[in-house]
Ligand binder design. Structure first.
Ligand code: CP
Length: 335
């Protein structure tokens, strides 16, 4: 029997996918993982594998993006994403321009699309963009010239596709694959673009046991529609899982009170060594950063032997190199 909600979600994913591929079926924009082909993810992981030595500077930069200009447009704060995109573009020999957004004419009321049109008039080839508004990267992608690529570096509560890709790549590196994997995503799922992208990617790679763990204010039951089990009891949520993906309380996107206090939140949902004991003994601990020690994660866990928090950051370089190579350099990469 047809299910109109499932059908409309499938239709949306198809449309989102179509926007991201060019007329020849090559990845032009990376806006969200929704609607991407599974083989696109696998190609990005394989390309990242092949770029590890360049990413680590063991060998010289490669000329894949020689002659291309990549503009970094961060309308929201960032440490990891912005810096790793810059390093990634430079490793591929691109010219990199970072717009100082607070000092730009956006502060004089210039619209986002006018800013983009002016930057495009400077013969730029790609925009890597972070914006507080969900859908901002899609808006830009719909207005750029056919040869220009747009990469979403995080839009509102919607998507953070390169973060999810580097998280999935890190799991693949550690575990060799995704078969039979049990994953808990813990914390402020409601406001998290990372969690949404992780969920889409995990499901695309065949993971079926995904739990969203947190208080009802931050993990409402309706989020089960995203294809995961909602758990308000952390012992149930972490029981036997292979991967624990922690999330920060995203106060910048909260309107009102969602937790009684940081102390109580940490007592109930913080990842301490005691809480982690419910997971598989070899469980991996992940966090996209920035971490808030003593709020969602204890220092002993964040800095402990199972933590992949810093390897995730390192993997951000090769994953973003792969994304830039496939999108900005799609003619060369697919030649
Ligand atoms: N994980 C992440 O997006 O970190 P930044 O906000 O520092 O880029």
């Amino acid at each position: 029997m047809p299910n109109s909600r499932t059908d409309s979600l499938a239709g949306l994913a198809e449309r989102l996918g179509a926007i991201q591929y060019d007329a020849d079926g090559r990845l032009q924009h990376l806006l969200t993982l929704e609607g991407l082909r599974r083989d696109t993810l696998e190609e990005l992981f394989a390309l990242a594998d092949s770029l590890v030595e360049v990413g680590a500077r063991s060998v010289k930069n490669v000329p894949l993006l020689h002659g291309k200009t990549v503009v970094l447009l961060f309308f929201e704060a960032s440490t990891r994403t912005r810096t790793t995109f810059e390093i990634a573009a430079k490793r591929l020999s691109a010219d990199v321009v970072t717009l100082d957004v607070p000092a730009s004419s956006a502060s004089k009321g210039e619209s986002l699309l006018d800013t983009i049109a002016n930057l495009q008039a400077m013969r730029t080839d790609a925009f890597v963009m972070r914006h507080a508004d969900s859908g901002a990267a899609h808006l830009v992608a719909a207005h750029v010239a056919p040869q220009v690529a747009v990469v979403n570096a995080g839009d509102g509560c919607h998507a953070h596709p390169t973060q999810a890709l580097l998280d999935l790549y890190t799991i693949r590196q550690q575990r060799g694959g995704f078969d039979g994997l049990k994953v808990a995503i813990v914390g402020d799922v409601l406001h998290s673009r990372v969690a949404r992208s992780q969920l889409v990617g995990l499901r695309m790679l065949g993971v079926t046991d995904i739990r969203l763990v947190g208080p009802a204010t931050l993990v409402p039951q309706r989020l089960a529609e995203l294809g995961a089990r909602v758990c308000h009891d952390p012992r149930d949520g972490l029981d036997g899982v292979d991967v624990v993906m922690m999330l920060r309380l995203q106060r910048e996107r909260m309107a009102g009170g969602f937790v009684p206090s940081d102390r109580e939140y940490f007592e109930l949902y913080g990842l301490t060594e005691k809480a982690l004991a419910a997971a598989h003994p070899d469980a991996l601990v992940m966090h996209p950063g920035p971490i808030n020690r003593g709020v969602e994660i204890a220092s002993s866990v964040a800095d402990g032997g199972r933590s992949l928090i810093l390897p995730q950051v390192t993997n951000g370089i090769v994953i973003r190199m792969a994304v830039l190579a496939q999108t900005v350099g799609r003619e060369a990469a697919n030649a």
